[in-house]
Design a protein around this ligand. Structure first.
Ligand code: ATP
Ligand code: MG
Length: 252
């Protein structure tokens, strides 16, 4: 991946991430609309000051507790997720003993296979998704395809950058849904059980960090952590931060 972005550029990280996305498009890992979704995310990250707010850190801790308590936790990965956080997701899966399943909105068997290979190259073992044998209820065919051992039977599903319809369908199946979504107004963010309003590149390593700490904690304490979370209140706090950023912006 060739880059001429100077290291001292104030938006270095953001610009490098863009290059990763462009590279992922060329390699057939992401769908072209994935670039647009990424741009929407960038805009909201700008309003966060491109750093993890306390409330997103708390959400990441609650999410880690849910994953540790789960019987069959599954991390659902799409093209953007793999392009931005393949190795990080593999590490999280190891820390909470979760399965990884590739699940796409714009599904093609070839792209699913490319993403599975990419996750395996990052250390993922037994990555699911290439042989779907079940459907998420209440969704039209392609988007609904999943595996019996993975998403279909999961009690807790982590869905970074998920579409609102699928998030709703997973909730309707009785699952605990953890979303990572920079847009606190999206249907996914508003519908999920726990929403981490943060960039996936920061949120997943942060969840792993919390999971490692919480793995030494008893179940009762983990349950208390999950019960204490109010997702609507969390979203309100994030929106306040974004509004503050806008209202305090001064012009030279
Ligand atoms: P919904 O269907 O939930 O109403 P949407 O249609 O606005 O949401 P989608 O295109 O379905 O959005 O999903 C992309 C979502 O992912 C957007 O809300 C966007 O803000 C978010 N997003 C994009 N890039 C990132 C990123 N790097 N980290 C976290 N979230 C991101
Ligand atoms: Mg959508």
């Amino acid at each position: 991946m060739a880059s001429n972005i100077p290291k001292d550029h104030p938006r270095y990280l953001s610009l490098m991430t863009r290059e990763r996305m462009a590279d992922a498009l060329k390699r057939g890992l992401i769908h072209e609309t994935g670039l647009i979704a990424h741009g929407r995310g960038e805009a909201f990250d700008y309003l966060l000051g491109e750093k993890t707010p306390d409330v997103a850190d708390e959400a990441a801790r609650v999410a880690a507790a849910h994953l540790l308590l789960a019987k069959n936790p599954v991390i659902s990965m799409n093209g953007n997720d793999v392009a931005l956080a393949a190795a990080e997701a593999v590490e999280l899966a190891g820390a909470v003993n979760a399965k990884i399943e590739v699940n796409l909105f714009h599904r093609s068997p070839e792209r699913v296979s490319r993403l599975v290979r990419e996750l395996e190259a990052a250390g993922g073992k037994g990555v699911l998704g290439e042989n779907p044998d079940a459907l998420v209820s209440g969704l039209s065919h392609d988007r609904a395809m999943c595996t019996t051992d993975g998403i279909h039977s999961a009690d807790v599903v982590l869905v970074p950058l998920e579409d609102g319809d699928r998030c709703k369908a997973l909730l309707k199946m009785g699952k605990t849904v953890i979303a990572i979504d920079l847009n606190p107004l999206s249907r996914t963010a508003r519908g999920a059980t726990v929403t981490i309003v943060d960039n996936i590149v920061r949120a997943i390593p942060n969840m792993t960090r919390h999971a490692k700490i919480l793995s030494r904690v008893d179940r009762e304490t983990l349950l208390e952590i999950t019960h204490a979370w109010d997702n609507e209140e969390g979203l309100r706090r994030v929106m306040e931060i974004m509004v503050q950023h806008l209202s305090q912006a001064s012009f030279p």
